[in-house]
Design a protein around this ligand. Sequence first.
Ligand code: AMP
Length: 188
Amino acid sequence: MFNLILFGPPGSGKGTQSIKIAEKYYLKHISTGDILRNEVKEQTVLGKEAQSIINNGALVLDELLIQILHSVIENNRGVTGFIFDGFPRTTVQADALDQLMLKVNSAINYVISLEVDDDDVKKRLLKRADIEGRKDDNETTINNRLDVYKSQTSPLLNYYDKQDKLVKVEGTGSIDDIFESICGKFKD
Ligand code: AMP
């Protein structure tokens, strides 16, 4: 299997790049944000629990995310690989993901970190708010999400760097140029 994690602050283009990478390498794209938004839309038990947390820009409980990932991985046995977009976001989730991958006799190959500075990210998210109308794309929530990213998620960069899996990619520029530089990082 070929398994990737797309890493980066909110608004760094993870979703856009994940879709393109999934298409090129025939990977199953897993966006935990999309999964959670769908649960909210359907007003499932999980969705109701997650709704206000998402709207505040905080993180949904690790246990819930790990459960979701467990069933997605189990239900997709036999795929070429996965691209994880928005997961893991905490060290607890990263440990759980390693265990889940082991269970299917696999492992993460690369962690791609999209590097975009705060000002750029804020501008992009506010623009997205106009286009997509996501409830968590307002200024207060954006600031929370960036704080959460810095305090809880960015320490994972070190976790994957130690495993020699981290690849940093400049996340500013055209979608196609960024895509090319990501693909150029994979060794045969
Ligand atoms: P995203 O679309 O990836 O920016 O995710 C939107 C929101 O969903 C986040 O701000 C969190 O509230 C929640 N979320 C998504 N993925 C996770 C995760 N791996 N752990 C905890 N919360 C998450």
